[in-house]
Design a protein. Structure first.
Length: 355
């Protein structure tokens, strides 16, 4: 299957063409809806649930060192179970274990600094002191956040960013070019912006840009990169140490990556770059005719009902505005029977957009 191409949505004619952080903070939220009963939950209950969720994320980050060390202990246990004639075939095992431990400690030190240096929303939600209540799913999110740091802000992610962000920026500049005489006059919204690299690049090219992200894992790490990091290559992480399958060379697993590859503070002094925290529909559902362009990258298939996203994007675009999209239709909720999941084909999606 060929790689997905950028999509363009013209707010005037409803045409669809297949040619293809700044300081985070709280946002005004719609009443919390219980997804099972579709009933409003009182504001105090919603805030308490959100506070507990945020604390759970901090717990997961704070538990990284202990959790990662379990994998090392398991590897040692499995090595000890080898037959006597097999152990000499792995003379570098002990050295590998020591390297593994050092890499874990480096990652853990970075994560500790990330959650202790002015954690996102800590004033709103209180203490960031962690408890021991974490599970494997939460810890897998911590590991994926470390990998995402490399993907968005490391040199290793440059080719992937070029293949995804490049076409989006090209389409944006083709349909809404920035005039040198009046930069930061075209507004772009970037939902599902992860650690902030795509909206950063959009803003760097002279656009007013607002990122939006729901995941606290992404928001906490993105806040650290965008607000607390001042220099190129300021941090060193080891994003590959948790990948133990399909490893060609042992050294690859322990290869360091320095982040960020560009200074987050390098935007022009007159740049207009902002971030909102919360679900896309929750934050922008009531907005109308506010944005010149919406840029989405690997985002739209995160919806329970993609048609709700399409409807919201159309409403928040100014007349004549554009929607530019890149990404698959790999629906996130398709294997969760308790969740609504409206799974459209590309053909069906085009019909929805052009109707």
């Amino acid at each position: 299957m060929s790689a997905p191409q950028p999509h363009r949505h013209d707010h005037n004619g409803h045409t669809h063409d297949h040619n293809g952080v700044p300081r985070g903070g709280s946002v005004e939220r719609e009443p919390y809806m219980n997804p099972e009963w579709d009933q409003e939950v009182d504001k105090d209950t919603a805030e308490e649930e959100e506070r507990a969720h945020y604390q759970m994320i901090l717990n997961a980050f704070a538990s990284y060192r202990r959790y990662a060390q379990r994998a090392v202990k398991r590897a040692i246990t499995n090595f000890d179970r080898l037959r006597p004639n097999q152990k000499p075939l792995l003379p570098g095992f002990n050295s590998k274990i020591q390297r593994w431990k050092l890499c874990i400690e480096a990652n853990a030190t970075f994560i500790d600094s990330m959650i202790k240096q002015d954690p996102l929303f800590v004033n709103e939600y209180g203490s960031s002191e962690a408890s021991n209540r974490v599970d494997n799913f939460q810890m897998s999110k911590v590991e994926s956040t470390v990998r995402q740091l490399n993907r968005e802000w490391g040199h290793d992610g440059e080719s992937e960013r070029a293949s995804c962000y490049g076409p989006l920026l090209e389409q944006l500049q083709a349909f809404l070019p920035v005039k040198k005489s009046s930069p930061y006059s075209i507004s772009v919204l970037c939902p599902g912006s992860g650690l902030g690299r795509l909206p950063f690049e959009i803003c760097k090219n002279g656009y007013i840009c607002q990122g939006n992200e729901w995941s606290f894992f992404m928001l906490i790490a993105g806040n650290h990169l965008l607000n607390q990091t001042k220099r190129v290559n300021e941090h060193t992480i080891y994003p590959y140490i948790h990948q133990t399958s399909n490893v060609v060379n042992t050294n690859d697993q322990f290869r360091p990556v320095r982040i960020p590859d560009v200074s987050p503070s390098s935007l022009p002094h007159n740049a207009d770059f902002s971030y909102t925290a919360g679900g896309f529909l929750e934050v922008y559902g009531a907005a109308r005719n506010e944005w010149d362009c919406v840029v989405t990258c690997f985002f739209i298939d995160t919806a329970n009902n993609l048609m709700d996203y399409v409807d919201c994007i159309y409403k928040i675009l100014k007349p004549g505005g554009f929607w530019i999209n890149m990404g698959p239709l790999l629906y996130h909720y398709q294997d969760l029977p308790q969740e609504q999941s409206v799974e459209l084909s590309y053909e069906e999606l085009k019909d929805v957009i052009t109707s």
